[in-house]
Design a protein around this ligand. Sequence first.
Ligand SMILES: CC(C)(COP(=O)(O)OP(=O)(O)OC[C@H]1O[C@@H](n2cnc3c(N)ncnc32)[C@H](O)[C@@H]1OP(=O)(O)O)[C@@H](O)C(=O)NCCC(=O)NCCS
Length: 132
Amino acid sequence: MLIRDFQLVDTDGIVEILKLNSQYGFPEVDGSEAMKRVKACSAAVFLVCEVEGKVVGVVRGNYDGSRAIIHQLSVHPAYQRRGIGTALVKEIVKRFRQMGAPTVSATVIEEGLPFWQKIGFRKTKVFLMGNW
Ligand SMILES: CC(C)(COP(=O)(O)OP(=O)(O)OC[C@H]1O[C@@H](n2cnc3c(N)ncnc32)[C@H](O)[C@@H]1OP(=O)(O)O)[C@@H](O)C(=O)NCCC(=O)NCCS
């Protein structure tokens, strides 16, 4: 398993994973053009996990000098429960710490709670509000 920075060649593999996990509701936010913009953004950390040359997981988030927030995590269904999600979060947390982030938070859906709690994140009273 290799955790590395996102490259443009990973785009289609990531879209496939997001679709399989029903996380591709907004192509404007998660599609190929958005991925290009995230790659160019100095506040963003955008990582993938590769197994035998295939992209099987993705994590991304940003640190703006105050808070670091992970806002996307997805592992291909055929590769779940092999430690890939844990490895992706560990690496992005390490990157944020190296950038100077004092804390790291994550936006989480209900189904993801057991995973996040298992890896040491605790539920807070803050919730996400949208305007779209
Ligand atoms: C949530 C997700 C990222 C976890 O990735 P993963 O690679 O399967 O996670 P790991 O193998 O590192 O799991 C670590 C531990 O978390 C817990 N865990 C992971 N998935 C779980 C699940 N579906 N139900 C209950 N516990 C779970 C387990 O304790 C697991 O350890 P174990 O396999 O030894 O029991 C992955 O299931 C996924 O992409 N799901 C669909 C999209 C999603 O929900 N993303 C998160 C948005 S908040």
